[in-house]
Ligand binder design. Structure first.
Ligand code: NDP
Ligand code: MG
Length: 385
C-alpha cells in the first residue's frame, strides 16, 4: 500500500488524537495532510509541529493569529473560521477524510469531501443522522466509499465483507448501557454532569459520553446504520451488552449470525477504516477467553431511557425528524454539560422540539439546514438560552 494522505477534521478530539496515534505508529502507510480544531489552538499547533501537514484550520477566528504565529517558520498553510473549515475539505491535497468533528458542524466539510470524490472514514455520526439520505446519495453518485469508524458500524461493515449481495435479515447493535444501566428515573433525576461523564468502557469526547449515558447515542447509531447499510427501520435491533466485547452483529436470511469482537478500543475501528481493505498488525491488548468472564445480553429499558424511544420514532418517521431531534439533543447536551438543566430534562427538550417543528417528508439540503436552525432556536427558547 502506498502512503495514504489523511485529512483529519477534528484532529484535537478523542477520535482525532487516536487517529494521529495510528498514523504515528504507521508512518509508511499514512501521513496527516489536513488537521482541524475548533478552539484548542495549543494542541493543534503541537500536532502541526509533529505531523507537518499541508494545511491546518482553526474554527475559532480569534485563535488565528496565535496559530499563524506559532507556525510561521513552517510551510504549513493556516486558515480560520467556519467557512474555511468547510472549504479546506474541497482542496485536493489528500486521499481520505477522517470525519471526526463532533455534531452537526461535521456535515458541510464531509459533503465537500464527497463532492471532491474522496473516501470518508466516518466517525461523525451526526452527519448521517441529519442528512443521511442526501449524503449517501451523493456518495453513490460520486462512487465514494463511506467507511464507518463508529465501533458498532465498523463491526457490521466487517461482518459484511465477503457477503456480496447476501441479504441482511437484521442487524443487532450492541450497547453498553452506559454508566446508569439498571437505574430508574428517581435516580436519574439527580444525576449531575460529572457522574454522567464517567463511562464504564470507553473514553470519549464529552458530547458522545453524555449521549451514551442517555442512550441517545444508540438512537443516533440506529439512524446511522439505516443509511450506511441501506436498511429498513424494522431490521435494526438494539441489545444491551454491558461488557462491550461484541461490537455488533449481522443476522442473514438463513438465520446465521456473524459478530465482530474484541476489547473496546477505538484505535481498532479507526485503523481498520484508514487502511481498508488491509488489516494492520498492532500490539493492542487482546481479549482472552481463558480469563473468567461472562458475556450478557438484555433488552434496553426504553421507558426509563426515553431518548432511545424518541430516536426510534425519528428512525421510523424519516424526513427531517432525525435532523430536528439531533439539533435539540445537541442543545440539550450543551446545556446539561454547563449544569443548566437536569439529566431527564434533556429528553423533555428533545421531545418538545420534535413535536413543535414542522415535519418535512422529503427535505432538500436547504430544508435540513433550516430545520436544524429552527430546532436549535426552539430548543434555546425552552432552555432560556
Ligand atoms: P471530541 O469532542 O473529543 O472532539 C471533537 C473534535 O471536533 C475536536 O477536534 C473539536 O475541536 C472539533 N470541533 C468541536 N466543535 C466543532 C465545531 N463547531 N466546528 C468544527 N470543529 C469542531 O469528540 P469525539 O472525538 O469523541 O467524537 C467525534 C465524533 O466521532 C462524534 O460525532 C462522535 O459521535 C463520533 N464517535 C466518537 C467516538 C469516540 O470514542 N470518541 C466513538 C464513535 C463515534 P476542539 O478540540 O478545538 O474543541
Ligand atoms: Mg458507537
Amino acid at each position: 500500500m502506498s502512503q495514504k494522505r489523511i485529512a483529519i477534521f477534528g484532529s484535537t478530539g478523542s477520535i482525532g488524537t487516536q487517529a494521529l496515534d495510528v498514523i504515528k505508529a504507521n508512518p509508511e502507510l499514512f501521513s496527516a495532510e489536513i488537521l482541524t480544531a475548533q478552539s484548542n489552538d495549543e494542541l493543534l499547533i503541537k500536532q502541526a509541529m509533529l505531523f507537518n501537514p499541508n494545511i491546518v484550520v482553526i474554527g475559532d477566528e480569534k485563535k488565528y493569529q496565535t496559530v499563524k504565529a506559532a507556525l510561521a517558520q513552517t510551510s504549513i498553510k493556516v486558515f480560520a473560521g467556519e467557512d474555511a473549515l468547510a472549504e479546506a475539505a474541497s482542496i485536493d491535497c489528500y486521499d481520505m477524510m477522517l470525519a471526526a468533528i463532533v455534531g452537526y458542524a461535521g456535515l458541510k466539510p464531509t459533503l465537500n469531501a464527497i463532492e471532491l470524490g474522496k473516501p470518508i472514514a466516518l466517525a461523525n455520526k451526526e452527519t448521517l443522522v441529519v442528512a443521511g439520505d442526501l449524503v449517501m446519495q451523493k456518495a453513490a453518485e460520486k462512487r465514494v466509499a463511506v467507511i464507518p469508524v463508529d465501533s458498532e458500524h465498523s463491526a457490521i461493515f466487517q461482518c459484511l465483507v465477503g457477503e456480496g449481495r447476501n441479504k441482511i435479515e437484521k442487524i443487532i447493535l450492541t450497547a453498553s448501557g452506559g454508566p446508569f444501566l439498571g437505574k430508574k428515573p428517581n435516580f436519574l433525576v439527580n444525576v449531575k454532569r460529572d457522574h454522567a461523564l464517567q463511562h464504564p468502557n470507553w473514553s470519549m469526547g464529552a458530547k458522545i459520553t453524555i449521549d451514551s449515558a442517555t442512550l441517545m447515542n444508540k438512537g443516533l447509531e440506529m439512524i446511522e446504520a439505516k443509511w450506511l447499510f441501506n436498511l429498513d427501520a424494522h431490521q435494526i435491533q438494539v441489545v444491551i451488552h454491558p461488557q462491550s466485547i461484541i461490537h455488533s452483529m449481522v443476522q442473514f436470511e438463513d438465520g446465521s449470525i456473524k459478530a465482530q469482537m474484541g476489547l473496546p478500543d477505538m484505535k481498532l475501528p479507526i485503523q481498520y477504516a484508514l487502511a481498508f481493505p488491509q488489516r494492520i498488525a498492532n500490539n493492542f491488548p487482546r481479549y482472552d477467553f481463558k480469563k473468567p468472564g461472562t458475556l450478557t445480553f438484555e433488552e434496553p429499558d426504553m421507558k426509563t431511557f426515553r431518548n432511545l424511544a424518541l430516536a426510534t420514532e425519528a428512525l421510523y418517521k424519516g424526513g427531517n425528524m432525525a435532523c430536528v431531534m439531533n439539533a435539540a439533543n445537541e442543545m440539550a447536551v450543551f446545556a446539561f454539560l454547563r449544569n443548566r438543566i437536569g439529566f431527564l430534562d434533556m429528553t423533555e427538550v428533545v421531545e418538545q422540539t420534535m413535536n413543535k417543528i414542522a415535519f418535512i417528508e422529503k427535505p432538500t439540503l436547504q430544508d435540513y439546514f433550516d430545520s436544524d436552525a429552527e430546532a436549535r432556536n426552539f430548543a434555546a427558547s425552552l432552555l432560556h438560552m
